[in-house]
Design a binder for this molecule. Structure first.
Ligand code: ADP
Length: 359
């Protein structure tokens, strides 16, 4: 246990301070027994910080380790090695009893909503308050307030089966927020929903973050979800965090192929394999993908190239705006004297990221 870990989680932090800190955290599942025993490294040496007041996205394909990563935060799965603190409280190596105060401060919502089908909407939201020992009058007032917040006051007496998917998830959010947790874990919370309903649920999460100051860790395989509400994002694969940073930075300058693929799944500014084939058929010159956007000046390279007899054709591309920053990429076909084309590519590579489209 880290020497800095306190005996109880701290609630009185300021926005921007570290709330959750992973330091070289690994989680290994042992499956099978005897000779069939096998270790699965679900989370592999992850170091990561989630700050108070932010919406932190974790994106990755299925099996990347996202779910396991968030389940470590509230101790649903014990950490195998490394240090994990929540509000300065070391979670690794704690007993169920010791984890109780941390869990009280963490709400969770799930892809399949996990509502009690035999309880009404109000009954579902009231449940954690009952468990926390709130008296009846306070419970009633709090439930009314929460249902108002998620826009379901008119459905207090309905049962989950009478609700749409988006409404069910809003009940899930109200229930998770009931005891005013500091941190909300959202595990593929919109994956069972259509795009329109997804937006409706994301807006409620964003309001919980902005109006109630709740820190949210949101895991998803959809980059659209990250783009819509995450302040910062970590890209996971094979249990590892490949890269993490402000969402705008990951969108503008993805450093790994996986991040690039997620970004292009929503921006469509980089040609995919099929589009590359089509481009190859239509263009005989050298094809390069050039990242552009605010602060990237490719003017010099283009005018120098033109003076050397290089012709530029924009074959593909697009520009997008996220959090008031423009970014995207342009695929150029460059034709002209080979040495001059090379000079242009070198010059572009000095000011931005340039990728070659294989011939
Ligand atoms: P994701 O949420 O990104 O889909 P998971 O965290 O669910 O990824 O899974 C990561 C890896 O850990 C996968 O290989 C998965 O099969 C394995 N895994 C997850 N939970 C368990 C478990 N309880 N027992 C054994 N293996 C598990």
């Amino acid at each position: 246990m880290s020497a800095a870990a306190s005996a109880a989680p701290s609630r009185s932090g300021r926005p921007g301070e570290v709330l959750v800190a992973f330091r070289n955290v690994s989680k290994v599942f042992r499956t099978g027994t005897g000779r069939a025993a096998r270790d699965v490294v679900a989370v592999d040496d992850v170091s990561l910080e989630v700050r108070r007041g932010e919406i932190f996205g974790v994106i990755g394909y299925s099996g990347a380790g996202k779910s396991t990563l968030v389940r470590l935060i509230n101790g649903l799965e014990p950490v195998t090695s490394g240090s994990l603190t929540v509000g300065g409280f070391e979670v690794a190596g704690r007993s169920e009893t010791e984890l109780a105060p941390v869990r009280r401060d963490i709400g969770m919502i799930f892809q399949q909503f996990n509502l009690f089908t035999s309880r009404t909407v109000a009954g579902n939201v009231e449940y954690p308050l009952k468990r926390a020992g709130w008296d009846k009058d306070r419970r009633r007032a709090r439930v009314a307030e929460l249902l108002e917040f998620v826009g379901l006051s008119a459905h207090a007496g309905s049962y989950p089966e009478q609700l749409s998917g988006g409404q069910k998830q809003r009940v899930g959010i109200a229930r998770a927020l009931a005891t005013s947790p500091e941190l909300l874990l959202a595990d593929e919370s919109t994956s069972a929903l259509d795009p329109e309903t997804t937006q409706e649920v994301l807006q409620v999460l964003q309001r919980a973050n902005r109006e109630l100051g709740i820190t949210i860790v949101l895991i998803t395989h959809e980059m659209d979800v990250v783009r819509a509400i995450a302040d910062r994002v970590a890209v996971m694969q094979g249990g590892k965090v490949l890269e993490d940073g402000p969402t705008v930075d990951i969108f503008a300058r993805p450093r790994t192929e996986t991040a690039r693929r997620f970004v292009s799944s929503v921006l469509h500014t980089v040609p995919d394999e099929r589009e590359v084939e089509r481009l190859r058929r239509a263009h005989r010159g050298r094809l390069v993908i050039v990242d552009v956007g605010d602060g990237v000046d490719i003017g010099g390279a283009l005018s120098d190239g033109a003076a050397l007899g290089v012709r530029f054709t924009i074959a593909y591309g697009g520009i997008s705006v996220l959090q008031e920053q423009s970014f995207g990429s342009l695929t150029f076909e460059l034709t002209g004297p080979e040495a001059a084309v090379q000079d242009v590519v070198d010059e572009l590579a000095r000011v931005t990221t340039v990728r070659e489209v294989a011939a």
